[in-house]
Design a protein around this ligand. Structure first.
Ligand code: HEC
Length: 195
């Protein structure tokens, strides 16, 4: 009896350890397995993504300027300018919503342009602290404008518009070449209100 116990106890301990190891093994094994499955499921995209690769834009910063930042800023300047006869004063809730969406865009775009895109000087520009500061200011002024849209405070847009143009011009003075790298310049478009 006592002999059996002496024999059984280590055996039980061994079995328990084995069970624990197995449990540990299967726990460790499952996340990589899942990762492998999802990586192969989303095939090309997943396999080309490296954890260390910094995020980049699929277009140039020049294109972001013309296609997004310039486009989003125009209706924002328009509210402040409306009091001087040009631009567009929002009247209905829908008008204000539209202005608010452009404020959201400005907030986001200030962060977007901290990533380099396909332009020849994008990496150089975005690596500079001064660039990051100007870009962050775009988001900060965008947040101020967002608050104005929530209060429907059209008068406040005059000062906010001045702050916004200071950010655009400050960064342009510091960075913008005379001829844009991708030769993309401000374009007038349907619905443009201030020019
Ligand atoms: C962080 C810096 C920065 C900020 C902020 C910035 N820009 Fe730019 N912008 C540039 C640079 C640099 C270029 C030239 C890009 C190139 O040559 O590849 C440019 C180009 C442009 C262009 C195309 C070239 C032209 O002269 O027509 C427009 C339009 C433009 N920006 C509008 C704006 C407006 C409007 C704002 C503010 C709401 C603004 N940008 C804020 C850096 C900035």
């Amino acid at each position: 009896m006592s002999e059996t116990r002496r024999y059984d106890q280590p055996r039980l301990v061994t079995i328990a350890i084995l069970a624990l190891m197995l449990a540990a093994c299967s726990k460790q094994a499952s996340p990589p397995d899942q990762a492998t499955v999802s990586a192969s499921a989303s095939s090309v995209a997943a396999s080309s993504v490296s954890a260390a690769a910094p995020m980049t834009l699929p277009i140039s910063i020049n294109a972001v300027m013309v296609g997004a930042i310039d486009h989003a800023s125009d209706p924002l300047f328009g509210v402040g300018n409306a009091m001087f006869g040009s631009g567009k004063l929002p009247k209905t809730d829908a008008d204000w919503r539209e202005v608010q969406f452009h404020a959201y865009q400005m907030v986001i775009l200030g962060k977007i342009i901290q990533m380099p895109g396909t332009g020849p000087r994008d990496v150089e520009w975005t690596s500079k602290p001064e660039w990051k500061a100007f870009a962050d200011s775009l988001s900060t002024v965008g947040m101020d404008i967002l608050a104005l849209t929530e209060k429907k405070d059209a008068v406040g847009f005059q000062a906010a518009g001045n702050k916004l143009i200071d950010v655009c011009e400050g960064c342009h003075l510091a960075f913008k070449p005379d001829i844009p790298t991708m030769k993309l310049r401000h374009q007038t478009y349907q619905g443009e209100s201030t020019k």
